[in-house]
Ligand binder design. Structure first.
Ligand SMILES: CC(=O)SCCNC(=O)CCNC(=O)[C@H](O)C(C)(C)COP(=O)(O)OP(=O)(O)OC[C@H]1O[C@@H](n2cnc3c(N)ncnc32)[C@H](O)[C@@H]1OP(=O)(O)O
Ligand SMILES: O=C([O-])CC(=O)C(=O)O
Length: 434
């Protein structure tokens, strides 16, 4: 047996027992009061999910199984001493709760390289049937659904598997899916932006390094950036749209492919993962309208105020939970300041950072005026030569698979049931106050 599976069984059994005990012995315990305002403004702050892979603190940002991003950079195995941690390591950490050894990370890298080889030809046929100018997220999601013909979960379910074992085919599907996503993402990228001149995977490379290689950006610098990108976008606790949608659809025992496609449809929204593309449009429109490649802070301020006046959001700023600068923004800024401090887009990102929080604060309604992860990721990728903005959300999605699919395995290990909250009509809400 795959030794990670054995490890999971050992770690999960006492935890699954604890979940059952909590439901049985303490199911009536009141844990929170919920206000009408919370329900009518997106359920912010309502504890409605159990997620173990990561936890978000409004002031401090994300921690993966207790480890902050700077701690991960220090503790997770790396390819080179000055390099970024391998995303295989954060996957292992989220899955098992333990910091992996070099051998654990190598094992996952090899597993994914092996499993990546089995993509059926109909998946490429389905992609090719779409127009080249269909947004890459349409192509990505369609390919994910097309890959669900391979679902081992569905087959196991149909032969009547005992439900306490559902986690096993879920694990298999998750490992296959994560292994294959970089190939699909690179295929779409080369199809849309590089005349379909595809590049074969190099099984000797790590998962993120291979993605950069297959996209045709084969320098060690870009592989390093891709490892960082894949690490920091991988999870953001359970309530964000992509994680929540994956979990919700998975709770109907939909297979990992269906569940993940649901999450990716959410990621494609402009208030979530698509903001990384929209930031670039906002930034370029700013330069065009001002007529300068190097706009001043005064000019940026006037443009940002104009965006607000027109009733639009400034992409890359604000957050539903965070109340400080996103550490994922900060770590990318540190990376940029270390390796490419003079890149024009990075200078612009810094200048916007000086101005936009003040503009948003002045509205009096924005709860978090600080930049989120999307405020810089596109500028960083562009500065390294990946300047095709519509691929950015696909890259985000490849990374997000690590967290949301790990959680799906845990949902099955815990034996969580179908999710079905109660809804009420408007009259019911009015009746509560009349
Ligand atoms: C990976 C990620 O998903 S990170 C988020 C990526 N998305 C973006 O960057 C898009 C821009 N940001 C936003 O739209 C929001 O800040 C969100 C969607 C991230 C969070 O939304 P909410 O939790 O509703 O934010 P908040 O409670 O602060 O909203 C209050 C008001 O401020 C507005 N607001 C919030 N952020 C911004 C912003 N960046 N620019 C302009 N207005 C904003 C809201 O639209 C809302 O206006 P309304 O009352 O007129 O409807
Ligand atoms: O946490 C959220 O709501 C959005 C976000 O930053 C993410 O999912 O990465």
């Amino acid at each position: 047996m795959d030794y990670i599976k054995q490890k999971l069984i050992d770690v999960a059994i006492p935890k699954a027992n604890k979940v059952r005990e909590l439901v049985k012995e303490h199911g009536d315990k009141v844990i929170q009061e919920v206000t009408m305002g919370q329900v009518l403004t997106g359920m912010k702050g309502v504890v409605g999910l159990m997620t173990c892979t990561s936890k978000l603190d409004p002031e401090e940002g994300i921690r993966f199984r207790g480890y902050s991003i700077p701690e991960l950079k220090e503790k997770l195995p790396k390819m080179h001493d000055d390099g970024e941690p391998l995303p295989e390591g954060v996957f292992y950490l989220m899955l098992t709760g333990e910091i992996p050894s070099d051998d654990d990370v190598k094992y996952i890298s090899e597993q994914w390289a092996l499993r990546a080889q089995g993509i059926p030809t109909h998946v490429y046929d389905v992609i090719e049937a779409l127009p080249k100018d269909a947004h890459p997220m349409i192509q990505f999601n369609t390919a994910i659904l097309a890959m669900s013909t391979e679902s081992q979960f569905r087959k196991a379910y149909l032969v009547g598997m005992d439900k306490k074992d559902y986690w096993d085919p879920t694990y298999e599907g998750v490992m296959d899916l994560i292994a294959r996503l970089p190939i699909i993402a690179a295929y779409i990228y080369r199809r849309v932006f590089h005349q379909g001149r595809h590049i074969q995977a190099d099984p000797s490379l790590d998962w993120a390094g291979n993605l950069a290689h297959m996209m045709g950006h084969d320098s060690e610098e870009l592989r390093r950036l891709m490892r960082l990108y894949m690490l920091i976008h991988s999870d953001h606790e359970g309530g964000n749209v992509s994680a929540h949608a994956t979990h919700l659809v998975g709770s109907a025992l939909s297979n990992p492919y269906y569940s993940f496609a649901a999450g990716m449809n959410g990621l494609a929204g402009p208030l979530h993962g698509m903001a990384n593309q929209d930031v670039m449009h906002w930034l370029n429109k700013l330069k065009r309208e001002i007529g300068s490649e190097d706009p001043s802070e005064e000019q940026i301020k006037a443009y940002a105020e104009d965006t607000i006046r027109k009733g639009r959001v400034i992409p890359g700023y604000g957050h539903a939970v965070l109340r400080k600068t996103d550490p994922r923004f900060q770590v990318q800024l540190d990376f940029a300041n270390k390796y490419i401090p003079d890149a024009p887009y990075i200078k612009l990102v810094n200048r916007i950072y000086n101005v936009v929080p003040g503009v948003l604060t002045a509205t009096g309604k924005v709860k978090n005026p600080w930049p989120n992860v999307d405020a810089i990721s596109g500028s960083l990728l562009t500065s390294y030569g990946i300047a095709e903005y519509p691929i950015y959300t696909v890259l985000f999605g490849v990374s997000r698979a690590l967290g949301v699919l790990t959680q799906l395995i845990w949902d099955r290990l815990y034996g969580l049931p179908i999710e079905r909250p109660k809804s009420q009509n408007l009259q019911w809400f009015i009746d509560q106050v009349d």
